[in-house]
Design a binder for this molecule. Structure first.
Ligand SMILES: NC(=O)c1ccc[n+]([C@@H]2O[C@H](COP(=O)([O-])OP(=O)(O)OC[C@H]3O[C@@H](n4cnc5c(N)ncnc54)[C@H](O)[C@@H]3O)[C@@H](O)[C@H]2O)c1
Length: 243
């Protein structure tokens, strides 16, 4: 029997890699993203791309509904869509707070509620994309770090609440990952080269992780063979939080 997954933020970066790796593992996947580029994943075969903004109120029901409609079940939700903001707190407005919490936190909360009844039926699981910024202090990331701290706590909370229901809930906590997300953050810095040097020096392996390395961890946490793992925040950070 083929397992079925929903992945948000699937058009590029970590989410895209997750869709491709899940495909290798035999999953059928509904890949959701606000960017129409997600449609390119349709060419990969057993993937149904859906253009959807995860902050739209109707998006969770529509995207989860598409998985159940197309494939008859849901075994895995990957709450991965997210945006970054590196800005001193005195320059961070309420609008930044609302926007980032809407994308990074409320969407995960809503997608979880939409998916859970189906995951309970199939004894499935959830993997959230958190961040090292949700585990340790990082300068100039107050709102982003709060959103990722919320994802860490959502993961732990739901792991306990959902364990009696047979649903596992885990998260990955990436350090810097070489995606458009980091490129855009650096481009907004006054000195992108210096910013990259600081990023690399903060990671003991001396480089960013690749999207494939993070996707591998997500697929590992999701695998039925990982049935003993719930409530875990798995760092994929080149040693960042070990310092
Ligand atoms: N890249 C990093 O260094 C890094 C580090 C730690 C955590 N993360 C987290 O990993 C996740 C994926 O990041 P990435 O590096 O692949 O970024 P990315 O920017 O390359 O990809 C993110 C995807 O999410 C989509 N997205 C954004 N807002 C959306 C919305 N409202 N509705 C639907 N889709 C939306 C984007 O279109 C994009 O395709 C994010 O949650 C991010 O916070 C990234």
């Amino acid at each position: 029997m083929d397992l079925v997954a929903v992945v948000t933020g699937a058009a590029r970066g970590i989410g895209r890699e997750v869709v491709l790796r899940l495909g290798d593992e035999g999953y059928r996947v509904v890949a959701a993203d606000v960017s129409p580029d997600v449609k390119e994943l349709g060419a990969a075969g057993r993937v149904v791309p859906v253009v959807a903004d995860v902050t739209d109120e109707g998006a969770p029901a529509a995207v989860v509904g598409r998985a159940v409609e197309e494939f008859g079940r849901l075994d895995l939700l990957v709450n991965n869509a997210g945006r970054f903001l590196r800005r001193p707190i005195l320059e961070t407005g309420d609008d930044d707070f609302d926007r980032l919490f809407g994308i990074n936190v409320r969407s995960a909360f809503r997608f979880t509620r939409a998916a859970l009844p189906h995951l309970i039926d199939g004894r499935g699981c959830i993997v959230n994309t958190a961040s090292i910024s949700g585990l340790v202090g990082v300068s100039n990331q107050s709102v982003y770090a709060m959103t990722k701290g919320a994802i860490v706590q959502l993961t732990r909370q739901l792991a306990i609440e959902c364990a009696p229901l047979g649903v596992r809930v885990n998260a990955v906590a990436p350090g810097a990952v070489d995606t458009g997300f980091m490129d855009e953050a650096r481009a907004a810095d006054p000195d992108p080269a210096a910013s990259l040097a600081v990023t690399l020096s903060n990671h003991p392996i001396g480089r960013m992780s690749t999207p494939a390395e993070v996707a591998r961890a997500i697929v590992f946490l999701a695998a039925p063979e990982s049935a003993g793992i719930t409530g875990t925040i798995l760092s994929v950070d080149g040693g960042y939080v070990a310092r």
